[in-house]
Each structure stands twice: as structure tokens, then as C-alpha cells.
Ligand binder design. Structure first.
Ligand SMILES: C[S@@+](CC[C@H](N)C(=O)[O-])C[C@H]1O[C@@H](n2cnc3c(N)ncnc32)[C@H](O)[C@@H]1O
Length: 466
């Protein structure tokens, strides 16, 4: 049992900020160091989940022999994750074993709540959440109104230091997205004219990917739909990539959010956008108005489980305490998301559809894509996934394996707080060239390949990832 007291003491000292993990583990007697260190490290990996389980089981309230939270953590860790407590049958061990059934069922509940199928996945979720605090604040320079060079100069003039992360007022250009700047999380930014007049837009890095992957050509004849547009960050990004040329139908079914969309588009100077307060599913794909639409962006409502703040909410939420309610909600969202993709595939001239979510759940991502590929609309129109080589090829985080075939898993993109972004998913459907006029295809491919930020960014992403 000493070994557990020793490990608990290290965790207490860590909580009291008496040293780093490494330095405190070095204070352990050499003969027990390896074993105790392994227990401390493994316990820390699952700390958040274990804390929830201990609290839900009322362990510390009911068992006075468990004298501290840290002791409970290491003992419950071994019970749940190593299968048994490595000690003789004393009163402390008995105190834990009295709660064995409850602790095990609470453990399963925590896993379900966090969408983790295995213990290892649960550790990853916790890890991701602690990394979330590291995500920078991203600011997109709206190229319709300002250049990146002008923005950099303005920030430098106001006291920000380009590229020196040691300085609290540092900022940097993003390695992958051409017009994106990043700032420390705590930087106070938005209260300046550049934000209120639409030169700068707060937009997470991952949320810049869909417009880049869609890559609409900057061409006066280009017509596209942003099917789920409010508040309009991706619409204004598309407008900027198109250089305010061609036409974007920006649809939003919610009246209030449609109002926000219009305000945002006016502020960002998007002159090529027609905002429509419409349900995309109510549109007639054969309407003359949409006859020349070649690209569709679908960023529909989702669980939002990838958004860092909401991730915390998901973990704590009591309203989703039952796995059934959680699964039902995801199934409902997935059915709607699939319907949106199938509807988009019906537009006669469309050659490219980008489907994205800010969800981490495969149910809303790979599984929806898989169902869309097997749909009658895909069979009729010939839509398939664009290969990895054309979808942010150097971004190393790809789809969750085991749902799509290997090539399609590689063809979709995931983002995670480990990449210093929110959790996000992007997929890109294309219609094979044979079914289209050469003219249209050439324009599309050129538009995609030339999307700003992709070429230079691609190389550095690969370098970074390897
Ligand atoms: C995830 S948000 C879109 C965010 C937006 N793309 C951006 O980057 O600013 C989804 C939006 O789609 C709208 N929406 C959901 N279903 C829709 C539908 N069938 N037709 C049009 N808009 C829809 C929602 O009201 C919501 O405003």
C-alpha cells in the first residue's frame, strides 16, 4: 500500500506546484521509482475522468479511510485500468472495493459522454482538452479590404512583435493559410476599427479550410452556393478567394441569423453575394437560377463537439447523461447532414461539394460521407471523394480509420486541438470529369489548385508534421 501513498504524495506536490513531474519523480527512492512513476503518469493521463468517477461515486464522502483525492485517484486508477489494487487486504483497499460496481459503471458513463470507445481514447480526449488552452486566436485578413502586409504593419505599429512567441504581444503569420494571423489566446484584439469595418475577421484556422478546399475560381462566370451561410465567415472567405467576382448565393434558413449574415457581408465588402433567407432543402436544383452553380459549400448545423468551449460543455453536460439521448441526437443530426449532401448532389452543373462540420464524432463525419457515397444521388451523378492529392495533401491528420476505404479515409481532413485548431472535419466530393464539359472542369481544377495558401502551406505542413 505504501506505493499508493507515495504516488498520491507526488500528485499532491504537483497540485501544490512544488515542481515538475520529472523533478518530483526524481525525489522518489530509486528502488520504487520506476513503478511509482508509471502509476503517477498513467493516473495523470486519466485524471479528469477519474475525478469525475470518484465524485459521482461519493467515494471520499463515504469512505473516511480514503484520506485524500490523490490517494483515491491512484487506487481507482488501478482498480479500473489495471484490473486490481496491488496491495494486501487492508481497510483502504476494502474501502475502494466496496464501491467497485459503482465506480465501474461511472467509468463507462464518462467514456460514453466523451465519445470515447476505449480507455485509450478517453485519455486522448483529456489530452486534447488540456491542449485546447494552447489554441491561438486566429485573425483572417479580409483581402477584399486589406492586404496581409498592411495588417502586419498595423499590428507592429500598435506594439505587436512579429514572430516572437516569448513576448506576450507577439503575433505570427499562419504557416498554412495565406491571409491568417495568429495571436496569443489572451490577446485583446476586437475592439479596434479594423474589426468593426471588416478588414479583419476572427476565424479559427480549421474553419478557413472549407473555402480553400472548395477553391472557387476567381472568374466572372463562376456561380456557387454557400448553403448554410450564417454568420458568414466562410461566405466572406469564399468571396475574397473569388476576388469579389462571379456570384455566391448565400442561404440561411434562420431569420435572425440571416440578419447577422447580411450585416457581416456588408461589413466585409462582399459585393458578389446574394444572401437569401431560405432553407437549402426547399430549393429546386433545376431552378434556372441555379443552372450555372458549379460549387457548393455545406457547413450545416452539427453537434459542435469540436469547438473547444463546447467540448467542455459536452463533458459536463447533465442533459446528455444518457448514452441513448446522445446517440439519438447524433443520429438526427447525421440524417439531416446526409440529406443536405444528397440534395446538393442533385444540382445539375455542380462539380464540387465541400462538406464540413465542427464535430469530432464519426457519426457526423466519416459515417455521413460514407452514406452519401452510397446514396442513389451519388450513383446517379457520379460524385465520389476528391483524392487526398487535391485536398490539403500535406495536412497529416486525416479521417478516422475503419469507416471509409483507405483511400477515402486519406481523402478527408480532420483537425484537432493538437493542431492548434478546434476539432473540425472537411470532405470534398467531386463529379468525374467525363460527365462535364472540358471548359468547366479546367476552371474548377485551376481554381482549386491555385487556392491561396495551399501550395506554400502544403510544404511546410509536411515538414512540420514529419
Ligand atoms: C455551422 S453554421 C454555419 C456557419 C457558417 N458557414 C460560417 O462559417 O460562418 C450552420 C448554419 O446553417 C443554418 N442552416 C441549417 N440548416 C439549414 C438549411 N436547411 N438551409 C439553410 N440554412 C441552414 C443554421 O441556421 C446555421 O446558421
Amino acid at each position: 500500500m505504501n506505493f499508493y501513498f507515495e504516488a498520491a504524495k507526488i500528485i499532491d506536490r504537483l497540485n501544490a506546484k512544488q515542481g515538475s513531474v520529472k523533478s518530483l519523480l526524481n525525489t522518489l527512492p530509486e528502488k520504487s521509482r520506476k513503478r511509482t512513476a508509471a502509476l503517477v503518469i498513467e493516473t495523470l493521463k486519466y485524471k479528469r475522468a477519474l475525478e469525475q468517477v470518484i465524485s459521482a461515486a461519493n467515494l471520499l464522502k463515504d469512505e473516511k479511510k480514503i484520506t485524500s483525492q490523490s490517494l483515491a485517484l491512484v487506487l481507482v486508477h488501478d482498480l479500473l485500468l489495471s484490473g486490481s489494487i496491488q496491495a494486501g487486504d487492508g481497510p483502504v483497499k476494502q474501502a475502494i472495493l466496496r464501491h467497485k460496481t459503482r465506480l465501474r459503471s461511472e467509468w463507462q458513463r464518462v467514456k460514453i459522454k466523451r465519445g470515447a470507445k476505449t480507455d485509450a481514447e478517453l485519455a486522448q480526449v483529456d489530452d486534447v482538452q488540456s491542449q485546447a488552452a494552447q489554441i491561438p486566436r486566429y485573425v483572417r485578413v479580409n483581402s477584399l479590404k486589406w492586404s496581409i502586409d498592411e495588417a502586419v504593419m498595423a499590428f507592429q505599429k500598435s506594439g505587436f512583435d512579429l514572430g516572437n512567441p516569448r513576448d506576450g504581444r507577439y503575433f505570427a503569420r499562419d504557416a498554412h493559410i495565406e491571409n491568417l494571423l495568429l495571436f496569443p489566446r489572451q490577446a485583446q484584439l476586437t475592439d479596434t476599427p479594423e474589426f468593426s469595418d471588416g478588414r479583419l475577421i476572427i476565424q479559427d484556422k480549421a474553419s478557413c479550410f472549407p473555402a480553400i478546399v472548395l477553391g472557387p475560381p476567381a472568374h466572372p462566370g463562376c456561380v456557387i452556393i454557400d448553403a448554410t451561410a450564417a454568420p458568414g465567415n466562410k461566405t466572406s472567405h469564399l468571396s475574397a478567394l473569388m476576388g469579389n467576382q462571379g456570384k455566391i448565393f448565400a442561404l440561411e434558413r434562420d431569420r435572425k441569423r440571416y440578419g447577422t449574415l447580411k450585416t457581416m457581408l456588408a461589413r466585409a465588402g462582399c459585393g458578389n453575394v446574394e444572401a437569401l433567407n431560405l432553407d437549402f432543402l426547399s430549393t429546386n436544383p433545376n431552378d434556372e437560377k441555379y443552372a450555372r452553380v458549379t460549387h457548393i459549400l455545406l457547413d450545416p448545423s452539427c453537434s459542435g463537439s469540436g469547438i473547444v468551449n463546447r467540448m467542455d460543455h459536452l463533458v459536463e453536460s447533465e442533459s446528455e447523461s444518457s448514452s441513448v439521448a446522445h446517440a439519438e441526437r447524433l443520429a438526427k443530426l447525421a440524417a439531416f447532414q446526409l440529406q443536405m449532401i444528397r440534395h446538393a448532389m442533385k444540382f445539375p452543373a455542380v462539380v464540387k461539394i465541400v462538406y464540413s462540420t465542427c464535430s469530432i464524432h464519426p457519426e457526423e463525419n466519416e459515417q455521413v460521407v460514407s452514406a452519401a457515397l452510397r446514396s442513389t444521388e451519388a450513383a446517379a451523378s457520379g460524385f465520389r471523394l476528391a483524392p487526398r492529392t487535391t485536398v490539403l495533401p500535406a495536412w497529416s491528420r486525416r479521417g478516422k480509420p475503419g469507416i471509409l476505404c483507405d483511400a477515402d479515409t486519406a481523402a478527408v481532413v480532420r483537425c484537432s486541438p493538437e493542431d492548434l485548431t478546434n476539432g473540425f472535419f472537411v470532405s470534398c466530393f467531386i463529379r468525374p470529369f467525363g460527365t462535364l464539359s472540358d471548359m468547366r472542369v479546367e476552371t474548377t481544377v485551376a481554381g482549386h489548385d491555385n487556392a491561396p495558401g495551399l501550395q506554400s502551406g502544403a510544404t511546410s505542413a509536411e515538414e512540420e508534421d514529419t
